[in-house]
Design a protein around this ligand. Structure first.
Ligand code: ATP
Ligand code: MG
Ligand code: MG
Length: 349
């Protein structure tokens, strides 16, 4: 059988590994020695994600490479791609890890985002505020996740504090969207160009972190499904994308408003493990291995995924006793506030 290389040892890589193992593949995980987030076996330890010597060794040992998170340098991935297939491509990664590039790319394909301006210095922040107005959000272009690398501006008086809060890194200023709901499209694209997308979950965030995803989403979201899924399909086609791609949206009065994309399986797709016929993880593995995609049909009348963040993970002994609960713990050694420690999916038949 073939061996799949997974870059990153967080929970997404771990769940990809479980799906790969189910389909009979071997896996190697590549992660820096400084400490994989999850306790995974068989990790290829490296000095850092861009440790070229370790990457070359890793390339030798695997037949295809995928990655579980976008906060890695695109350059070493492009180097890796010269000796082993990397799916999704290094190009998809470099676009999705840069907020200016992803918004420009999606807007060109007909997607609508909140008004935004690139901000590379303190003066540009003032002119961006003048053009976009407040309230607004300042977001670093790269390396943000779970609301990290963001600062909210209620008025122009917050400019100095916001600029300091994001460390003066290259950023975008984004107009604040007055939305009722957030949802996401998780779409798999196969090597033959076939698409399979899941029904959009309603995503609830607390403190900028996903708290829960519920399927089916309310009617206002369901009404935007076709348009949002078509956009995700165009993005995937334009990138000749292979694997699972996620687009996050706000449900606006006049249609879906694109927030950001992730070139990978997504937290808002965890419900698919027990709540869909084929999980997002299995469909990602199928795609990168050239297999046909599996059904994305929902297995229950209602599915809810709840993240266990920080101390919430301590509730697990009670959760595991619930008849409809499927508990997942990520094997992280230490509980920290805001850290995703596990999740639970409840499926009602
Ligand atoms: P992720 O962990 O999803 O990658 P992230 O750090 O990249 O998160 P965003 O998705 O950009 O951050 O923002 C996090 C959350 O903050 C959003 O899901 C949404 O709830 C809120 N938010 C972000 N941008 C806006 C906006 N322009 N208007 C209103 N709310 C916003
Ligand atoms: Mg993000
Ligand atoms: Mg997000």
């Amino acid at each position: 059988g073939s061996t799949i290389g997974i870059i990153g040892a967080g929970q997404l890589g771990r769940m990809l590994g479980v799906a790969a193992a189910q389909l009979g593949y071997r896996i190697h995980v590549f992660a820096p020695a400084s400490g994989p987030a999850c306790d995974v076996n068989n990790a290829f330890t490296a000095a850092a994600y861009d440790d070229e010597a370790a990457l070359a060794q890793f390339a030798e040992a695997v037949d295809v490479v995928t990655y579980e998170f976008e906060n890695i340098e695109a350059a070493p991935i492009a180097t890796l791609a010269k000796s082993v297939p990397v799916r999704p491509s290094a190009q998809a990664l470099s676009i999705a890890q840069d907020r200016t590039q992803e918004k420009t790319f999606v807007e060109k394909l007909g997607g609508r985002a909140a008004p935004w301006r690139a901000v590379t210095n303190r003066q540009e922040l003032d002119s961006a505020i003048a053009e976009i107005g407040c309230p607004a959000i300042l977001k670093t272009i790269r390396f943000g996740y779970d609301g990290k690398g963001q600062a909210r501006l209620a008025s122009a008086d917050d400019a100095d504090a916001a600029w300091d809060a994001i460390g003066g890194n290259p950023a975008i200023l984004e107009g604040f969207v007055d939305f009722d709901h957030e949802f996401s499209i998780v779409l798999a694209r196969g090597m033959d160009g076939a698409h399979a997308s899941y029904p959009p979950p309603l995503n609830g965030h607390e403190d900028g972190i996903l708290a829960r995803s519920t399927v089916p989403a309310p009617a206002q979201v369901a009404a935007l499904w076709t348009e949002a899924a078509a956009l995700a399909g165009r993005v995937a086609d334009a990138l000749d994308y292979v694997g699972v791609l996620t687009l996050e949206f706000f449900a606006g009065k006049d249609g879906p408003i694109f927030n950001e994309m992730a070139p990978r399986v997504h937290n808002s797709g965890h419900w698919t493990i027990e709540g869909a016929v084929t999980s997002q993880f299995e469909n990602h593995i199928r795609a990168i291995c050239g297999l046909p995609l599996g059904s994305t049909a929902v297995t229950g009348s209602r599915v809810e995924m709840e993240n266990l963040i920080g101390d919430q993970a301590k509730r697990w002994p009670r959760i595991i006793a619930e008849p409809e609960a499927h508990l997942h713990l990520y094997g992280k050694s230490e509980i920290r506030p805001g850290r995703k420690m596990g999740h639970v999916t409840r499926v009602w038949r």
